[in-house]
Design a protein around this ligand. Structure first.
Ligand SMILES: NC(=O)c1ccc[n+]([C@@H]2O[C@H](COP(=O)([O-])OP(=O)(O)OC[C@H]3O[C@@H](n4cnc5c(N)ncnc54)[C@H](O)[C@@H]3O)[C@@H](O)[C@H]2O)c1
Length: 348
């Protein structure tokens, strides 16, 4: 079969990573790159593909089947509209858009244009998240009662050189990072019904938050909590504990804990804690069984899935409506933190 012809829009941190993965994968071909900043023409020269200053020009000049949209959140909508006009499928980096209205518009224009959208919640393609889902679904933990997540790390100072990362509505750890936790929670525990959040920007004193405490309740009655900070050196984040991104320091620690009526699960060490046999009660020792996970790069898994989505061989694992729901949970967190009240998460 002919390789899938792909392009990347936005050649910043993650866009270059996508471009590198595309050239390394036999099933697809990198046919062009675009970025609003002319300096990135050098990146296209390195990859040996044409460079374009905007997405319209890219889509007019190159025969493209799919575009990876890796621009700042505020231009995701405009990029998706261009793809829809040209009937080109899109892998839109998370969040699907900056606001719910814009995300709804993306859903609408992509439906109208008949294009397929995969939203870049790449952790859904993680072997750790898949194993956690299979353990939860298997009933080993019994009825899921609660989940506790820690996301604590220290972003380097130069991370904040990009203005958009420091400004509302697109910047801050809720929309940039914790949307991954919220999306994973939806995938593992079901839809989030209500959130209550307290946020602080006491460390960096930026317009955007640096730390949050979030309480969640799910449609099925499960409860959750997330304590998060991007200003605290710690080994307890998804990134540090899974080691999936080589950019981060790795620690053999857990960052999430799932609690059920029949047992509990630590993540990503994947230890299931249960009573042996019929024994029950806090006086009895718990048994601990560690599940093996065959590690793989979720971004690469996501790219391979996108190629199959473009060729209509698979349905998108995270389609535009699904991406909209994860954004809605993140927006509800910010809304709750701002107003100081619990907020219901809209489901469409
Ligand atoms: N899945 C993940 O784990 C992950 C990780 C990092 C970033 N992201 C997402 O990827 C996106 C990009 O993040 P980043 O950290 O790489 O940003 P970045 O600021 O490093 O890069 C963005 C690039 O887009 C370019 N750009 C801006 N406007 C443009 C336009 N109109 N047309 C073409 N190019 C334009 C900029 O010049 C820049 O080179 C964001 O949506 C972010 O949330 C996802």
């Amino acid at each position: 079969m002919e390789p899938v012809r792909l392009a990347v829009a936005g050649l910043g941190w993650i866009g270059r990573k996508h471009a590198q993965l595309i050239v390394e994968h036999d099933g697809c071909l990198l046919v062009g790159l675009c970025d609003a900043d002319d300096h990135h023409a050098a990146v296209a020269r390195e990859f040996g593909v044409p460079f374009h200053a905007n997405i319209e020009q890219l889509l007019e000049d190159e025969a493209v089947e799919g575009v990876v949209i890796a621009t700042p959140n505020r231009v995701h909508g405009m990029m998706a509209e261009a793809c829809a006009r040209h009937s080109v499928h899109a892998l839109i980096e998370k969040p699907i858009a900056e606001t719910l209205d814009e995300a709804r518009r993306v859903v609408h224009v992509c439906d109208q244009g008949g294009i397929r959208v995969l939203v870049g919640h790449h952790r859904r393609h993680s072997p750790f998240i898949r194993e956690a889902r299979s353990i939860v679904d298997s009933g080993t933990l019994g009825q899921l009662v609660g989940v506790s997540m820690l996301w604590a790390l220290a972003k380097p100072d130069d991370y904040f050189d990009q203005d958009w990362r420091c400004q509302r509505p697109g910047g801050g750890p809720t929309l940039i990072n914790l949307i991954h936790e919220l999306d994973s929670l939806r995938f593992l525990c079901g839809e989030i019904r209500r959130v209550y959040a307290v946020a602080s920007s006491a460390v960096r004193k930026l317009e955007v938050e640096d730390s949050l405490s979030i309480t969640l309740s799910f449609e099925n009655g499960t409860l959750g909590s997330i304590l998060a900070s991007d200003a605290t050196p710690s080994p307890w984040s998804y990134e540090a504990t899974t080691g999936e991104n080589p950019h981060y320091f790795r620690a053999d620690e857990n960052s999430y804990h799932f609690l059920g009526t029949a047992g509990s699960l630590s993540f990503p060490r994947m230890e299931v804690w249960r009573y042996p046999d019929e024994l029950a009660g806090w006086q009895h020792p718990l048994e601990n069984l560690r599940h093996h996970v065959e590690e793989a790069d979720p971004l690469q898994n996501q790219l391979e899935h996108f190629c199959r989505v473009v060729r209509h061989q698979e349905e998108p694992l995270v389609d535009a409506r699904d991406g909209l729901r994860s954004l809605a949970a993140a927006v509800a967190v910010l809304d709750s933190a701002e107003r100081g009240v619990p907020v219901e998460v809209p489901q469409s």
